[in-house]
Design a protein around this ligand. Structure first.
Ligand SMILES: Nc1ncnc2c1ncn2[C@@H]1O[C@H](COP(=O)(O)OP(=O)(O)OP(=O)(O)O)[C@@H](O)[C@H]1O
Length: 253
């Protein structure tokens, strides 16, 4: 397993964002679903090693992230697209993705080809020399995906990557996710259950900082087919049914 989380607790001052979270994730595309405030971003930030846990253990690629020495090595093998992704607007697409490759300490000889490949994979090859400030919001999001994949990461963490993409781009992006998930462990947080249905091999549903449901898009769809709860598509009904079932057990606890 590339990601192993045990007894994870994350706090923001007095708010407990995640509590008692256990997860083991291997190669594939893992959809992270949940209502606003469920803890998706908090989990992705801890996995990206940009935030630390209040308790519990986080192992990435076989290394315990509490060990300072492991961090440098693990970070070079990660890709991360934050929900609010920071960039230098005066950089061109190529310059920015090259800069991130340098930050990730990629060998200089491999960098130019890796940058061209990452930029092409997100469909921005014809805009590689454009300054980022001149791009649309959806294109900037694609630059964010390119910088996350430039080092061919073994663990790729994407926080709402499809926000701002147009429908055609979203379909292409799902195809890219499936390709990346063939060899890497990809974690994607999203509010779009259709992204999960189309591109994910596994689903983790968070609610109020706990894991409410784990399964596959097919098991979530089957749950929805057996439920008469709200939703226009079986997987949406599955999402609401799983949340309600989890909340009902919480009431009984
Ligand atoms: N910097 C912060 N300071 C205080 N509380 C925070 C902070 N960041 C997150 N929280 C709280 O932690 C909890 C989890 O938030 P988080 O952003 O991880 O959820 P999320 O599932 O990503 O939500 P969304 O779908 O809205 O992006 C929420 O109760 C949120 O209010």
């Amino acid at each position: 397993m590339s990601i192993r989380v045990t007894g994870l607790r994350v706090r923001h001052r007095r708010t407990v964002a995640l509590d008692s979270v256990d997860l083991a994730l291997g190669t594939g595309v893992h959809g992270l679903l949940g209502p606003n405030g469920a803890g998706k971003t908090s989990l992705i930030r801890v996995l990206a090693t940009v935030a630390g846990p209040a308790a519990g253990r986080v192992e990435l690629l076989g290394r315990d992230t509490a060990e300072h020495r492991a961090l440098g090595e693990v970070r070079g093998r990660l890709g991360y697209l934050p929900q609010e992704f920071g960039y230098y607007p005066g950089f061109t697409v190529r310059e920015f993705v090259s800069y991130v490759a340098w930050l990730k300490e990629m060998p200089a000889a491999r960098t130019p080809a890796a940058v061209e490949r990452a930029v092409a994979r997100v469909g921005l090859a014809d805009r590689a020399d454009r300054k980022i400030r001149t791009l649309s919001g959806g294109m900037v999001r694609r630059v964010g995906i390119a910088q996350a994949i430039v080092n061919a990461p073994e663990v790729l963490l994407l926080d709402e990557p499809t926000a701002g993409l147009d429908p055609e781009q979203r379909v292409e992006f799902r195809e890219l996710l499936r390709e990346l998930g063939a060899s890497a462990t990809v974690v994607v947080s999203t509010h779009l259950v259709e992204d999960v249905a189309a591109a994910c091999t596994e689903v983790t549903l968070l609610d109020s900082g706990r894991v409410a449901y784990r399964g596959t898009p097919d098991t979530l769809t089957a749950l929805g087919e057996a439920s008469d709860g709200p939703g226009d598509h079986p997987i949406e009904r599955g999402y609401t049914a799983a949340l309600r079932a989890h909340r009902a057990t919480g009431v009984l606890r």
